[in-house]
Design a protein around this ligand. Sequence first.
Ligand code: F6R
Length: 590
Amino acid sequence: MCGIFGMIGKNAVGNTLTALKLLEYRGYDSAGIAAKRNGHIDVYKTEGRIAALAKIVQGAEETDMAIGHTRWATHGAVCTQNAHPFLSRDGRFAIVHNGIIENYKQLKQTLPSVDFGSQTDSETVAHLLAREYRGDALQAVLTVARLLKGSFAIAIVCVETRTIYAVKNKSPLVVGLSESGAYLCSDVRCISRFAQRVAVAPDNTVVELSAREAKFYDFFGKEKETDFFTADRFDEAENAEGDFMLKEIFEIPEKLLCALDGYKQSDGLQLGRFTVNALKRIYLIGCGTAYNSGLQAAAVARKWLDLDVLPVIASEFLYDNYPVDDNTLAFLISQSGETADTVRAAERVRERGGKTYAVTNTRSSSLTFVCEHTVNIFAGSEYAVASTKAYNCQLEVLTLLLADIAFARGVLSQSRRSELLDELAALPDAVQGILDDCSSLARVAEQIKNCSAVFYIGRTADYPIACEGSLKLKEISYIHSEAYPAGELKHGTLALMEPTVAVVAISTQSELADKTASSVIEVASRGAKVIAVSPRLFDNALSVKLPRLSPETSGIVSVVPLQLLAYYTAKSLGRDVDKPRHLAKSVTVE
Ligand code: F6R
């Protein structure tokens, strides 16, 4: 969470503001810029979005060195006082920080005479730098780096030098060089707007950035070799009109085709037949929507595979004792490739000898550097905080990967595999049919927008879709929502059914439809409004019609009405659908 940026070059204030707009998806409760000018540092900061910051810096004198920050609060309330940058008391250093300084309380105690102006962990770093400064800024930065524990990407300006420093451990930091200047930033997507020659700073690194070069050191000042590469150019969308979430849902047909073509043209599964046959278990690891795509893919793979396919939430994987050995394969699923829990889980699998594949939308992200292999999902940039098209593409690519494993193990026939490819190729049209009828979802949204709670139910392969529909609704509409396997309702949750509650029943499998019909009657007879999302009609329920598809591919399509339902409900309630409260697009803290 939080985005940081720093640059040496022309129009540093204006460019930092542009960069912060691109980084706003990482957090948007407050923002600030520190600009170095003629022997002093000016700080501009405010609570609120980058637009609020833009008003404050409007008309400010330009300069050629600045750092900036957009915040997602961890330590300390959302207010201007807690916004970054922080100045050291002597005004010599300004810092911005992404991550968490875990030992900040102990470090603060070593600064008894300092009057702290904020409740943040980050401010400590500015005062430590001032204390450790003995005429050499780099030495001060190295000394402070050795004191810090936790996850951090910190950018630092010092009034005495023509250099920006950075300290990096377990929070993403990318460095870029171009004709126009030198840059550092939390993500490759933003930095690629300014520089194509980029390097990802490794953990436990201090960066010394001057106008033309970047030097990398370990925390003891020993220089490190770090490779530069050419970054992809990412599409820029900061000026697009309308809500990104709706735009991104409407891109699903096109992106599904890109994912399928991209997969066919890629190396796919780079494991030999011998390795595949020796596999004992496959983990599908991710967080939030990415985890839900793994949950769904596992439900699909259980139809084919003769080994354990286990979806696991990344943060749970880290603190539980999941077995890993060299016959373990893990797919680490992440749209951003920067989610801290997922990156840590990948490290854990590698440390224990397992094989790792990043399934991601962001090439050159942290996850791709940790995993042995990367499979691109080709969903294109997501700007809305709520993930939509990435889910559909993750699921498509995971289905292909798991089908390849099943085929290599001889448990999926060549003919079924070819049929599957044809079915996947037909999905964009199926999704388009739902999008063309989106106004019907807007009408259903009117029925649920005033509900006190919405429950999503489904059986087996429909349960993960229920989970994703529920997550989408709660995160952008703020209506309480939960997902259950349909049969589980009567073991407790049925007690909550009443007329202010809605139940969304997902039923795509004809052999289970009668069972779902019973669940629908149970909840409807207790007064709940029911919305049935299915190829068939149900009594006592408002119908959202789905096309009939194979059980292996239907999840990729049946989630789309739920994405639209969440969007229209939130919109009707006047929510900020692209930037819901308390959330950020990329969760880079554990
Ligand atoms: C929900 C959502 C989050 C993300 C989760 C993982 O709409 O966007 O739940 O899915 O934070 O993010 P990535 O996929 O970037 O690892």
